[in-house]
Design a protein. Structure first.
Length: 538
């Protein structure tokens, strides 16, 4: 078997990836399409989804670095294949490139942003011999572009990566966000009037630019975020995974004791499922795939590294019971264009940030159904809310440990009674004020669902059947649990509904024992007051 290749975890420099022998998934067919059409572009993708590498690759193209795209052997003796764009008629002329990279996490204050902008402009002023003295950022930007064009004889390329990173880190601070917007308007406002000096403009971010008020003066940007032609420009498609990355996938499978198909299924379950357009092309999270292949371990790589504290704080302000509503929410195409600093709905920020994706599209009525893309995000999202809920409810790690232990014993030994008792203890510690506006069956149902998702359970909420939707279906190694919850009603009513609606019928051929569970909640006791389980005979 061939040796496993090198994967570039955390490396966003195209030159370094190629020269140091790392694997590069060839995105140059789409890059060639972009640069030959020559219009200003905007691309929205979640964090750590390959936007920075794309910008770096574009810079290498416009800087005329054909050597990086041809086939060659590195100093370490690693053979790098020829990339698509090297086979085209691209002229490889050297254009002046102006780059802004706002992806650094330390750009979290106005002062730091001002310093970064000033230092970046100063470096280009020095490069083109422009004397210092002008303080107006817009005038400086325009002067640099005109001078670069005049001196080189080539129009200028402007590349900006993650323009909205500071907005994401300042969620909940509207005053700071207003100032951030003003700074970006100063930098990029002149671009439209300088069109005759520009060869190419490419800007990336998470949120839709037109809704942030930053590029209102640059309204000629073409937003390719959901265009079918560019669905695969960032991320790893299944075709790329099973062709360009297949040798390393086969090695990983052998080392972990999987067949190739089993390994692909596990990676798909954990990291696949992103859709960025109506064609519904499956895209894998590139950060997670690269980490998994490098370490030969399945883990939550993206969620733990790409979730800023400000976003977690925002999610915690949402009612914790909403996870079952978010997964399966419906929206129209215009909803994708909302500003992500709006607290009216969690959907824009969750979709734009990568926590939700398009699961279905009904073109007849232009309706999208959203959901968690994969198990990594689903479990990570619920785990974040679970951690906050249990901290608030108990303030004691022992309570969380006891709850998790009870679930593990349930998973291993089919010990449902002990798990129900642990859930009752948990509900008893939930702050009263959380329930004041949510006193209904849905509140308890959704909170239980959140906990089960956080535990990593194979759980379905409101799963449709022939005659209705079951509250919770829990698939465990030793059995399937069909659960119906009732608020200020009896467990017998819940069990009768399971039977009359045939909720358990769809699992009749599964082979595992089926247990019908009725749970009754009391508004007076604010907890489970009764429950009953009936195991269905095979």
């Amino acid at each position: 078997m061939v040796a496993k290749r090198k994967y570039p975890v955390g490396i966003q420099s195209f030159e370094k990836i190629r020269k140091d022998g790392y694997v590069y998934i060839d995105k140059t067919p789409l890059i060639y399409k972009m640069i030959t059409e020559g219009v200003p572009y905007f691309l929205s993708r979640p964090r750590r989804f390959g936007k920075s590498l794309l910008v770096s690759t574009l810079a290498a193209v416009f800087e005329g670095r054909r050597d990086l795209f041809e086939a060659f052997t590195t100093e370490q003796g690693i053979e790098q294949p020829q990339l698509f764009i090297a086979t085209t008629d691209w002229k490889w002329e050297k254009y002046p490139v102006i780059r802004f990279d706002f992806s650094a996490t330390n750009l979290t204050s106005i002062e730091r942003l001002d310093n970064y902008i000033d230092n970046t402009l100063a470096s280009y002023e020095k490069q083109y011999g422009i004397p210092a003295g002008e303080e107006d950022v817009s005038l400086r930007m325009g002067n640099i572009i005109r001078t670069a064009h005049e001196q080189t004889g080539h129009k200028v390329v402007v590349l900006c990566d993650e323009y909205d990173n500071m907005m994401l880190h300042s969620l909940g601070d509207p005053d700071t966000q207003i100032i951030f917007r003003e700074r970006f308007q100063d930098v990029f406002g002149p671009l439209k009037s300088l069109d005759s000096h520009l060869q190419f403009v490419f800007i990336t971010g998470i949120s839709k630019f037109s809704q942030m008020g930053i590029f209102s003066k640059l309204n000629n940007l073409e937003n390719i975020s959901m265009q079918p032609a560019y669905e695969t420009i960032c991320g790893i498609s299944e075709e790329e995974l099973t062709t360009q990355m297949r040798p390393d996938l086969e090695i990983m499978a052998v080392n972990l004791g999987y067949t190739y198909d089993e390994m692909l299924t596990e990676l798909k379950r954990m990291y696949d499922g992103y859709h960025f357009g109506n064609r519904m092309v499956d895209m894998y999270n590139p950060f997670s795939i690269v980490n998994a292949l490098k370490s030969e371990n399945i883990d939550k790589y993206w969620f733990d590294s790409a979730t800023p504290s400000a976003l977690i704080a925002m999610l915690r302000e949402m009612p914790p019971l909403e996870i079952s509503d978010v997964d399966g929410a419906e929206c129209e195409s215009g909803d994708f264009n909302r500003a992500f600093d709006s607290y009216q709905s969690p959907l824009p920020i969750l979709y734009q940030s990568g926590y939700l994706t398009i699961k279905r599209y009904d073109k007849d009525i232009d309706l999208y159904t959203l959901g968690f893309p994969n198990e990594e995000v689903r479990k990570g999202f619920a785990g974040s809310l679970y951690s906050y809920i249990t901290n608030t409810a108990s303030g004691d790690d022992r309570h969380r440990s006891a709850l998790m232990k009870a679930y593990k014993m349930f998973w291993r030994n089919d010990d449902l009674p002990a798990f129900i008792e642990a859930i009752k203890t948990f509900y008893a510690g939930v702050p009263y004020q959380w329930e004041q506006d949510n006193r209904n069956e849905h509140y308890y149902h959704a909170l239980l669902y959140t906990l089960l998702v956080a535990f990593g359970a194979d759980v379905r909420a409101e799963e449709p059947g022939a005659k209705g939707r079951c509250d919770i279906t829990l698939l465990m190694p030793k059995g399937i649990y069909v659960i119906e919850l009732k608020y200020d009603d009896t467990v017998d009513t819940a069990l009768d509904q399971i039977d009359s609606k045939g909720y358990a019928d769809k699992y009749a051929l599964d082979g595992r024992p089926i247990t019908k569970v009725g749970i009754a909640f009391s508004s007076k006791e604010r907890n489970i007051t009764d429950w009953k389980a009936i195991k269905q005979r095979l």
